[in-house]
Design a protein around this ligand. Structure first.
Ligand SMILES: [Zn+2]
Length: 84
């Protein structure tokens, strides 16, 4: 099972930590796009990412980092996630 986490100011947050509807909507969207990315298979190694982490000062300013089998998988996924 892929490890997906969201960190705000270095602290891991969960959907249950969200206080407002806007925060909940942003969190739901972030988790959805990360789960979509988690299904992508590396074309060279046919593996999915091991871990996807979103980090930022707020839910609206997240930078994604991906751990996977190679730079191709990591680069493709990080680029895809940044555009969402
Ligand atoms: Zn690979």
């Amino acid at each position: 099972m892929i490890d997906i986490s969201v960190r705000i100011n270095g602290r891991e947050v969960r959907p249950s930590d969200m206080r407002t509807d806007l925060e909940r909507a942003l969190m739901d969207n972030t988790i959805r796009v990360m789960r979509d990315a988690a299904r992508y298979q590396c074309p060279a190694h046919l593996r999915t990412a091991l871990r996807i982490t979103a980090n930022g000062l707020s839910l609206a300013q997240l930078v994604f980092s991906v751990d996977g089998c190679c730079r191709i998988l990591e680069g493709v996924l990080e680029e895809t996630l940044e555009q969402l």
